[in-house]
Design a protein around this ligand. Structure first.
Ligand SMILES: Cc1cc2nc3c(=O)[nH]c(=O)nc-3n(C[C@H](O)[C@H](O)[C@H](O)COP(=O)(O)O)c2cc1C
Length: 395
C-alpha cells in the first residue's frame, strides 16, 4: 500500500529535524512519492538539498517560490494520501489549532481532506505547558492523529517527555493510515508471536528459539492492508506500531488472551512457538546449586487452538525438523485449521531469528504450495493473499 502512495512530510524548526531525513528516506525507499515541505525555521536545522537528494523530488520551502508550479498549496493538499508533520514544534501545533494559514505548511494542512499525522518534539516544559496540551486536544478532537513524543534525555539537556517518537513507530502509524482502505480493511485478526517462557523459579525459564520475527512481520502485513490487528506476543523484539499489543510470557497467559481476543475476530494466525510443557511446580525462591542432580517434572500446557470455539479462519504454523509435510498435514487436520504453514527448521539460513523463511502452505484440501526462500515479510504477504481470497473471509 505504501508503494506509489503520496506522502507530504512537513518539517518544522525542531532540533529533531534531522530525524525527518531518515523518515523521508525510508518512505522513499519503500516506493512512496515523498514531498517535503519545510518551514523557514526548519531550514536553520537541515538543508532542503538533503531532502531533495534523498527523495529525488523538489523540496517546498515557500509559498512564494517562483519555481513552484500551479497553486502549490492546493495541489500538494489534494494529492496527499497523508500529511505527516515530523517533527512538529509547539509553534506549528498552536498555529494549526487556531486555523492559521501564514505559510506553505499551514496552508497545505488547512486545504487537505486527507489524514494529518502530527509527531511533536520539544522541551518537556513546552510539551507539558497547558497551552500546548489544549492545542493538542483541540486538534485531536478535530480528527488529527498524534504520535506522542517519548521520554528521554532531550537535546536541551533535561530528562523528560518530548523526544520525537522512534522512526519505526512513526513509519508504522503512516502505514496504518495508508492501509485503511486495503483489502483487509475493518477485519479483526488475532496473531500470536514469539516463544513462550515457562518459569522454573524467579530467574529461570524454559523457552525455545522462536524470535517472534515471523509473527511480527505477519502482524505488520495485515495492518498495512487495513486489518485491525491484536498481536499477542511473547517476543522481546520492538513492538510494531498501529495495533493492539498484548505482551505475554507463558502459554497459559497466551491462551487466556487468545480466547478473549477471538470473541469478535475474523481470523486467528498462530505463529507463536508455544511450550507444550511447563514445570509442574514453580519454585518461589531461586533454586540453589547443590551437589545433587536436579529433576524437573513437566506438565502439559493446554492446547490453545482447542480452546478457541469461534468459527473463524484459523491458520497454524508447524516448525518441523523431519517428515515436514506429513507432520504438517497431520497437525492441519488434528487442529481443524484452514491453512498450515510448514517450515523446515533444520537450516540456519532461514527460520529462527532470520529475516528469511522457507515455507510450504497446505490448505484444508491438502493443496500444497511450496514457496521459495523469501523474507518473512514477503511470506506474510502471501499468507494475507491466501486469507483474502478465502471464501470464508468475504462471508
Ligand atoms: C536550537 C533550537 C532548537 C529548537 N528546538 C525546538 C523543538 O524541538 N521544538 C519546538 O517546538 N521548538 C523548538 N525551537 C523553537 C522553534 O524553532 C521556534 O518556535 C520556531 O518559531 C518554530 O517555527 P516553525 O514552527 O515555523 O518551524 C528550537 C529553537 C532553537 C533555536
Amino acid at each position: 500500500m505504501i508503494k506509489d502512495s503520496n506522502i507530504v512530510i512537513g518539517v518544522t524548526g525542531s532540533i529533531a529535524a534531522y530525524k525527518a531525513v531518515d523518515i523521508a528516506n525510508k518512505l522513499t525507499q519503500d516506493g512512496a512519492n515523498v514531498d517535503v515541505v519545510m518551514t523557514r525555521s526548519a531550514q536553520e536545522f537541515v538543508t532542503p538539498l538533503t531532502f531533495q537528494t534523498l527523495t529525488r523530488r523538489k523540496v517546498y520551502t515557500s509559498l512564494w517560490d517562483e519555481s513552484n508550479e500551479g497553486v502549490v498549496h492546493i495541489d500538494l493538499a489534494q494529492k496527499a494520501d497523508v500529511v505527516l508533520i515530523a517533527p512538529a514544534t509547539a509553534n506549528i501545533i498552536a498555529k494549526l489549532a487556531n486555523g492559521y494559514a501564514d505559510d506553505l505548511l499551514t496552508d497545505v494542512v488547512l486545504a487537505t481532506r486527507s489524514p494529518v499525522v502530527i509527531a511533536p518534539a520539544m522541551n518537556v516544559n513546552m510539551y507539558e505547558n497547558a497551552i500546548t496540551q489544549e492545542n493538542i486536544q483541540k486538534l485531536k478532537d478535530r480528527g488529527f492523529i498524534f504520535i506522542e513524543p517519548v521520554e528521554g534525555r532531550l537535546a536541551c539537556g533535561v530528562y523528560g517527555k518530548g523526544k520525537l517518537a522512534e522512526t519505526h513507530h512513526i513509519l508504522g502509524i503512516i502505514r496504518t493510515v495508508i492501509g485503511r482502505s486495503g483489502d483487509m480493511a475493518g477485519k479483526k485478526v488475532v496473531i500470536t508471536a514469539g516463544g513462550t517462557r515457562e518459569p522454573i523459579d524467579p530467574v529461570r525459564f524454559i523457552s525455545n528459539r522462536s524470535s517472534g520475527k515471523m509473527g511480527h512481520a505477519l502482524a505488520e502485513a495485515a495492518r498495512d492492508r487495513g486489518a485491525l490487528v491484536t498481536l499477542i506476543t511473547a517476543s522481546t523484539m520492538d513492538y510494531p506500531a498501529g495495533m493492539d499489543i498484548i505482551p505475554v510470557n507463558t502459554a497459559d497467559e497466551m491462551c487466556a488472551e487468545v480466547v478473549k481476543a477471538c470473541k469478535d475476530a475474523d481470523a486467528l494466525m498462530m505463529t507463536a512457538a508455544v511450550s507444550d510443557y511447563k514445570p509442574s511446580n514453580v519454585a518461589k525462591q531461586k533454586i540453589k546449586k547443590s551437589d545433587q542432580e536436579l529433576d524437573l517434572h513437566l506438565s502439559k500446557n493446554t492446547d490453545i487452538l482447542s480452546q478457541v470455539k469461534e468459527d473463524m479462519i484459523k491458520i497454524g504454523f508447524a516448525a518441523e525438523s523431519n517428515d515436514i509435510i506429513r507432520n504438517a498435514i497431520e497437525k492441519l487436520h488434528k487442529k481443524e485449521l484452514d491453512l498450515i504453514v510448514a517450515n523446515d527448521i533444520t537450516q540456519d539460513a532461514w527460520g529462527f531469528g532470520s529475516e528469511y523463511n522457507k515455507v510450504t502452505l497446505i490448505d484444508g484440501n491438502e493443496n500444497i504450495n511450496e514457496l521459495p526462500i523469501m523474507t518473512k515479510r514477503k511470506v506474510s504477504d502471501v499468507i494475507c493473499d491466501w486469507l483474502v481470497s478465502n471464501p470464508k473471509w468475504t462471508k
